[in-house]
Write a protein that binds this ligand. Structure first.
Ligand SMILES: Cc1cc2nc3c(=O)[nH]c(=O)nc-3n(C[C@H](O)[C@H](O)[C@H](O)COP(=O)(O)OP(=O)(O)OC[C@H]3O[C@@H](n4cnc5c(N)ncnc54)[C@H](O)[C@@H]3O)c2cc1C
Length: 479
């Protein structure tokens, strides 16, 4: 393996004049900034970071990687908590200089480069009165979120981010630049929608845009924990009452400055103030200690949760599923478990357990075999996002997150049988399953087999092997 600094000097030469930046540890602050990630525990000291500016830079870098057998990762927005976008000693293909977004108002399409963040998309699309299904925190990357599926406030109306993906421009392991869509490299497009990070570097995404009224009704209600039963009752009614234009993200935290336990409810209605107020009346009347709901410009919607998603500390996402109605006593027991754990450790108050009540009728309107993504079922996602500062707690937190999610997912009744899960949904959102122990079959159900075949076709040497659970068919070890 030729991953010595001399090798990277050769790469620097090859990329000279292209616009790409090639950074190494002796490049000081620029290098230090380039290895920063949303979660501190994903920051690793790469031997070389290539900040690409074009598909050609990516292709040159991949050819170099192949020739010198260099371990590498791809960095989109840098938000995954699995560590799959950072590497100790290897090379990072960093897409953060590729954030241009362009809109075709006639065709109502939005094209975003592979390193764009959702803020780039929301702001540019809004200039044309359009929106697409983006993430609920706008500094998250378009890349990782889209390739893993993508849920947002507009999911109730338009489905997942991938349901609105029209095509991708990609650089494959071979260095070849291709386009994938329903009509071009359709098998690759099938794989990209749910498992894309295993198949190449996406240099541009083209999404369907929708006319978006402005402003929208949205914001956070903060309750003391004694109101939890009323919030659960509201969520139970939400299930039947919503018409796809609403979303409700609710859960537990102990935020600073005083780190006292609270129950948060993030409310969204895509419509007028009167409609929103009527829909959420019962929740607002339940007596929050703070009410931050307002009419906000659509392009600001995905920034409302940014303060709860700061860049400091170690963090880990985990995912499961739940069904409504929920029994308030069951949720109170989960809350007690959460608080016991958080209170027993220092500086964990910003951790979250979140019940993502995003209407799923549109999501399940697409069968699980239609694309690689396999988490379409009659249930909602539940997510943990633990935040801590002491590296010694990493393993303990991972184990607790797993056990809490198992308990929280009891109501989902996700089938154990793989064939049934394939139809009814796996009950696990891949982008939240950042625990490396979660196998491919749990994320992709029976789609995993086809993915192994396609991996053999598009990445036979398993170049894209970091933080992914799929291996090409001929490399699968049969016990
Ligand atoms: C604060 C926060 C809020 C979130 N909110 C939501 C939400 O509302 N909805 C939702 O669905 N998910 C949400 N997520 C989860 C999110 O989808 C994942 O964390 C996702 O991995 C983030 O993508 P990224 O590009 O920022 O991450 P990165 O860490 O850069 O990338 C994640 C993975 O994708 C690969 N990758 C990224 N870009 C490309 C590319 N262009 N080509 C090839 N591979 C690429 C990377 O190699 C890596 O394996 C949230 C996460 C955070 C931290």
């Amino acid at each position: 393996m030729g991953s010595t600094p001399d090798v990277y000097t050769t790469l620097k030469e090859q990329l000279k004049g292209s616009g790409a930046e090639v950074l190494m540890p002796d490049d000081g602050e620029k290098y230090e900034q380039s290895i920063k990630r949303w979660s501190e525990h994903c920051e690793k000291r790469a031997a070389c970071v290539v900040k690409a500016t074009s598909p050609a830079d990516v292709s040159t870098t991949l050819s170099f990687i192949r020739a010198h057998k260099i371990p590498f990762v791809v960095r989109g927005g840098g938000h995954s908590t699995s560590g799959s976008a950072s590497i100790e000693g290897g090379l990072v293909i960093d897409l953060s200089l590729m954030r241009r977004v362009s809109v075709d108002p006639e065709k109502r399409t939005v094209r975003a480069e592979g390193g764009a963040i959702w803020e780039d998309v929301d702001v540019e699309a809004a200039k044309f009165g359009l929106a697409t299904v983006g993430g609920t925190v706008n500094h998250t990357g378009v890349g990782g979120l889209t390739l893993g599926g993508g849920y947002g406030y507009l999911t109730g109306k338009y489905g997942l981010t991938i349901d609105n993906l029209l095509s991708v421009d990609m650089v494959l392991a071979s260095g070849e630049q291709v386009t994938a869509s329903e009509t071009e490299n359709a098998d690759l497009f099938w794989a990209v929608r749910g498992a894309g990070q295993n198949f190449g570097v996406v240099t541009a995404f083209t999404f369907r845009g929708y006319p978006q009224a402005n402003p929208v009704y949205a914001g956070t209600l903060i309750f003391l924990p004694d109101k939890l039963p009323q919030i659960v009752e509201f969520a139970n009614k939400f299930h039947d009452k919503n018409d796809g234009n609403q979303a409700l993200l609710w859960g537990f935290s102990c935020p600073p400055p005083d780190n006292a336990p609270v129950v948060l409810a993030q409310c969204f209605h895509n419509g007028t103030e009167d409609e929103g107020a009527a829909f959420f009346k019962e929740l607002v009347d339940a007596g929050p200690v703070a009410n931050m709901i307002a009419m906000v410009p659509y392009e600001k919607l995905n920034s409302l949760l940014n303060p709860a998603a700061g860049f400091d500390g170690r963090k880990m996402f985990g995912g499961g599923a739940f069904k409504l109605p929920l029994n308030p006593a069951f949720v109170q027991a989960l809350h007690a478990d959460f608080l016991d754990f958080v209170n027993a450790h220092e500086r964990m108050g910003e951790s979250l357990l979140l019940f993502e009540t995003i209407p799923y009728a549109k999501v399940v309107g697409v069968p699980n075999e239609k694309m690689a993504f396999s988490n379409r079922g009659n249930y909602y996602n539940v997510a943990t996002c633990f935040k801590w500062f002491d590296a010694k707690l990493d393993d303990e937190i991972r184990a607790f997150s797993r056990s809490l999610l198992k308990k929280a997912s009891q109501t989902a009744g996700v089938a154990q049988d793989e064939a049934v899960r394939a139809v009814e949904g796996v009950g696990q959102y891949g982008n939240y399953a950042t625990d490396a122990d979660v196998p491919a079959s749990e994320i992709y159900g029976s789609n995993a087999k086809r993915l192994e075949e396609l991996k053999h076709k598009y990445d036979p040497d398993n170049l894209f092997n970091r933080g992914t659970r799929l291996v090409p068919r001929q490399l699968v070890v049969v016990n």
